[in-house]
Design a binder for this molecule. Structure first.
Ligand code: ATP
Ligand code: MG
Length: 438
């Protein structure tokens, strides 16, 4: 994208309405704009981030055999009356009436709809297990939408649902999903630790939340440093018993101070003292096993091995895709702006032309830009160099390729790594090899 022609409205000043750093930076870097309370439009660079996150989430769901579907945002109230949740859900649900006075709602989650779809299609235990997911907008009429996309009213979620014949097989599915989450967050370039969680209104027996470690997070967390060091990409997908399942601690909300109530003492005591860590975190994922709650309440069965009807065991598994965009920034920024992890950055590099109009500089920039116009943002504006550097740091591109008249004559550029601030002069070929390496 050529910056001179792009829709990338950056802001010099901190917007007064933004209380936390990720919200400020998302507005200042031109990623989002608010259109109504807790509702945001994603601008071109923000949309690229959302797509990059979604794609990694998708690949890791596919890897464990989950199949992608796309369910609608609008749901019939009748579905929710069948499970009994229509009245139970409360004012967070946005209820809508159509012209025929039929009751609809904007889905806050999809357990009812998927259970109904499953029941219509699957009749025999031989078709189990099944895992389905979609990446779709949700609406929850939060009392206090705040912190930008971190707690919006409309937000993008990946939600997966599993159906198994019995408890043991459901727990194996749950573990595979837990591992898929650890891989997903590692690929996104952030540290997320799993925490044993209360099952809350969905109800059930087994549940973990995943928290990205960031000093501004809403929750205090206690965890084993070994969790951070583990390379989840190396774990075989079919492990029956990821070590992770045994070693997490409860999260706590304010006040932020360590007391015995804040963690599972027995599990905590088992962690060697030099590996005990505490910090703060943002919830970016939540997984549940809740057994036959929905299959029973909605009366969905399959015929079992003995020919008698069986209620399948279910789990549901959420990732806050749009919240992740903010959470990643909370975990990865400095005073100058965002520091995007390579995998989610809207552009791999910005090409900074220090002398627009100079033949050598222009030609070299065009040459680099044309090798991969998707990967590069070309700063071809006639602004001062200082303003261009400031915008590049603000937007957080992993690399900056700086093209100035002197080095350009020798076929060289200055390459800056945003995360470390390290700069070096290299040939165009070497710069391209580094920036476009996977
Ligand atoms: P929270 O405790 O933050 O309110 P939740 O427990 O209600 O979240 P889940 O129902 O577990 O959320 O939804 C799955 C994921 O969706 C959460 O882990 C979170 O990342 C994301 N999410 C939930 N509510 C919001 C929201 N209002 N804005 C953005 N993302 C959200
Ligand atoms: Mg939750």
């Amino acid at each position: 994208m050529r910056l001179s022609r792009s829709f990338l409205p950056t802001l010099k000043e901190n917007p007064a309405e933004a209380q936390i750093v990720s919200h400020r930076l998302m507005l200042r870097a031109g990623l989002i704009r608010q259109t109504a309370s807790g509702i945001y439009a994603w601008l071109p660079a923000g949309l690229k981030v959302l797509r990059n996150i979604s794609q990694i989430v998708r690949e890791e769901q596919d890897r464990i055999g989950a199949q992608e579907v796309l369910m609608p945002t609008l749901q019939s109230a009748d579905l929710w009356k069948r499970s009994g949740r229509y009245d139970a859900y409360g004012p967070e649900m946005l209820r809508i009436q159509d012209r025929h006075k039929r009751e609809l709602l904007y889905g806050p989650t999809n357990e009812e709809m998927i259970t109904d779809l499953f029941g219509q299609a699957v009749k025999s235990y031989k078709d189990l297990p099944q895992m389905l997911y979609h990446i779709q907008w949700k609406f929850r009429d939060e009392v206090r939408p705040r912190f930008g996309v971190m707690r919006g009213r409309e937000f993008l979620m990946k939600d997966a649902y599993s159906f198994d014949l019995d408890y043991d097989s459901a727990v194996a599915t749950y573990r595979r999903m837990l591992l898929a989450y650890l891989r997903t967050f590692q690929r996104l370039g952030v540290r997320a630790v799993p925490m044993r969680a209360d099952t809350g209104p969905i109800g059930g027996e087994l549940s973990h939340e995943f928290l990205i470690l960031a000093p501004t997070g809403e929750s205090g967390v206690f965890y084993d440093a070994a969790l951070e060091e583990q390379d989840w990409l190396d774990e075989p997908v079919n492990v029956g018993d990821p070590k992770a399942l045994e070693v997490f601690y409860k999260r706590v909300t304010t006040p932020y101070a360590a007391t015995d109530e804040m963690h599972d003492t027995a599990a905590w005591d088992a962690v060697p003292e030099d590996r005990r860590r505490e910090g703060r975190g943002v919830e970016v994922g939540h997984i549940f096993h809740f057994g036959t709650k929905y299959t029973q309440s909605m009366d969905v069965t399959v015929s079992g091995p003995e020919g008698t009807p069986v209620y399948p065991e279910m789990g549901s598994y959420g990732i806050g895709v749009s919240r992740l965009a903010g959470a990643i920034i909370e975990a990865s920024h400095d005073d100058a702006g965002i520091i995007w992890p390579d995998a989610v950055a809207p552009f791999r590099a910005v090409i900074i032309n220090l002398k627009v109009g100079d033949e050598t500089c222009d030609a070299m920039c065009e040459q680099i830009y044309n090798t991969n116009i998707e990967a590069f943002l070309y700063d071809d504006r006639t602004d001062r160099a200082g303003a261009k550097f400031a915008d590049a740091d603000l937007m957080g591109h992993p690399w900056q390729i700086v093209v100035g008249p002197r080095s350009a004559k020798e076929g060289r550029v200055e390459l800056k790594r945003r995360a470390t601030g390290e700069r070096k002069e290299v040939s165009v070929e070497d710069a391209l090899a580094l920036v476009l390496a996977d």
